[in-house]
Design a protein around this ligand. Structure first.
Ligand code: TNX
Length: 544
């Protein structure tokens, strides 16, 4: 036994029993930290380095799990964790500084130990994500790594914006639970904290609702699959179809699993249930939800559909409340997104129920039916202790003062909302639509919905544009949106997200210190991490 121990001790001091990977020559962290103070020397992080927890927090296990996850591809295992009263030498110490914001941290790499000093567990989690970018990239290509050298450095950081979101549309194309988790992994790597899950649309209803089983039995499947570009809607004779059905949905257990997975990465999941437009998935399942009661099919092409929820009938509200009842039970997020975009009024104009509603509620224009419906749903959500977010269309007419606006048709909706005292998330097409082409030279690109949104344009987003300091207080944050009409696979989604998501992350995290030239230097380092993880990403900014 003793001999074995000696052999082990000897072995761990010899390079033959595992390789020591030297520190990278350059420190380059994305998003850009507030302060980076470089020192001399290195800290050798080894398989036997321990993690010492110096404070109590129920979410600290998420932090140590994150560190294990970061080190797994390097060492093939995680580190031993212990509790301690004072910092431990040769260890990674996790310490609280109550003077710091909960999501702020200081990562101190010294020759004798590493300290993560954080306002709370969330800040410590972000310190781990920063530490991930200090690990020499060569370590990922080598097997049998015994130690990685971290450069001696102190990095201090905290996010500028509290809401740093990414939206994934799983309706136009479906992504499996594992793929959704990978999306959440990407968000965590980029220190984003809100996953907006677009779960219902004309082309598919993707969340199991026990009270209304047909939503997924019927509403989650399109009879056939569009091939190539949508030439102009369902009835266009130039549409080409693959006759195989296309579908998918998440069970409530799967939803809970995703919410939990995200929570462990300090990411809130905000579900979106579209109301009253983008509703054909629901109407195909329960025809009485529409104005005419006709049986529709789940929509097979993209774009906007006239067939929306009937606002005249009480049964529509009974339905949406039944759905939201289950939604609030599944998602602990303060906010629930009810869509509200692109809702034509043509069906309402012809509908006796809707006309009666307009009369009874003294509404002058059909558009006000949407305001009426949104306000009613908002009351319901508020009664359940939640707040409503909607796309900027909900501003048309009379928006309630308490609704939060997601500004997508440029920044103007968000600017107007902030000026009148509504909270805002900035996600304008001009800077945040990651379904758009990343280059003008589209010949070599996978088919996309169109547009042109290079990394630089994402980086240039200024969520405070045209706002006074007081009005800026209404800007909760920023969000990148990935609509998936033309994105059918997860590797393609990665290609559209990366590296543009890192530019969005830098807006959200480092707004007061943005520097595109410096970002271009640092992102070169970040993509080496993408390479190590096998992520598919666009290389236009590198001239490739
Ligand atoms: C507009 S953004 C939409 C989506 C489309 C997207 C395509 C928004 C609230 N509505 O339904 O997928 O454009 O870029």
């Amino acid at each position: 036994m003793k001999n074995l121990f000696l052999l082990f001790a000897l072995c761990s001091t010899l390079s033959g029993c595992g390789k020591v990977i030297p520190a990278d020559t350059e420190i380059a962290v994305v998003p850009k930290p507030e302060r980076v103070t470089e020192g001399q020397g290195v800290f050798p992080l080894t398989v036997s380095t321990r993690v010492a927890l110096l404070f109590d927090d129920e979410r600290l296990p998420y932090v140590t799990a994150a560190l294990d996850e970061v080190l797994m591809p390097v060492f093939g295992r995680g580190l031993e964790v212990l509790e301690a009263d004072i910092p431990v030498a040769e260890a990674v110490n996790i310490v609280r500084d109550e003077a710091m914001p909960a999501d702020g941290y200081r990562l101190e790499v010294a020759p004798g130990r590493v300290d993560i000093v954080a306002g709370g567990a969330q800040g410590a989690f972000y310190a781990v994500q920063t530490l991930r970018q200090l690990i020499p990239v060569a370590a990922y290509d080598v097997t049998n790594v015994r130690a990685v050298e971290l450069p001696v450095v102190t990095i201090e950081d905290k996010p500028c914006l509290g809401y740093r979101g990414m939206m994934l549309d799983v309706c136009r194309h479906f992504f499996t639970v594992d793929e959704v988790k990978e999306a959440i992994d990407l968000m965590a790597m980029h220190k984003l904290d809100v996953f907006h899950w677009h779960l219902t649309d004309d082309q598919g209803w993707r969340i199991e609702i026990k009270k209304y089983p047909k939503l997924t039995e019927v509403g989650s499947v399109r009879r056939r699959t569009l091939i190539g570009r949508d030439p102009g809607g369902e009835y266009d004779e130039n549409c080409k179809y693959d006759e195989t059905p296309y579908g998918g949905f998440y069970t409530q257990d799967e939803i809970r699993d995703v919410v939990d997975y995200a929570a462990k990465r300090f990411i809130t999941v905000i579900p979106e249930v579209e109301f009253p437009g983008h509703a054909v998935g629901a109407l195909a399942s329960y025809p009485w939800l529409g104005c005419t009661g006709e049986q529709y099919e789940v929509r097979q092409t993209w774009d906007i559909d006239d067939r929306v929820f009937c606002i005249g009938k009480e049964s529509t509200f009974e339905f949406i409340e039944g759905v939201l009842e289950e939604v609030v039970a599944l998602f602990p997020s303060e906010y629930i997104h009810i869509g509200g975009d692109e809702c034509p009024t043509v069906m309402w104009e012809k509908c006796p129920h809707c006309k009666a509603r307009m009369k009874a509620e003294r509404l002058k224009r059909p558009r006000q039916l949407q305001n009426y419906a949104t306000a009613r749903v908002e009351k319901f959500l508020n009664a359940h202790g939640r707040r409503l977010i909607g796309w900027d269309e909900i501003l048309e007419g009379d928006v309630t003062p308490t609704a939060t606006i997601m500004s997508w048709r440029g920044a103007k909706g968000g600017i107007k909302a902030a000026k009148q005292g509504n909270y805002v998330i900035m996600a304008p097409t001009t800077n945040c639509y990651l379904d758009y082409y990343q280059t003008r030279d589209t010949a070599g690109e996978p088919l996309s919905i169109g547009g042109y949104l290079p990394v630089e344009k994402v980086y240039a987003l200024d969520p405070y544009e045209q706002l006074t300091p007081e009005e800026q207080g209404y800007i909760l944050g920023v969000q990148a949106n990935l609509w998936t009409e033309y994105i059918a696979t997860w590797p393609h989604a990665q290609y559209m997200l990366l590296p543009r998501l890192s530019a969005l992350a830098e807006v959200g995290w480092s707004l007061d210190r943005k520097d595109y030239g410096d970002y271009l230097r640092r992102v070169r380092r970040l993509v080496k991490l993408y390479d190590a993880y096998g992520y598919n990403y666009a290389k236009h900014i590198f001239g490739e």
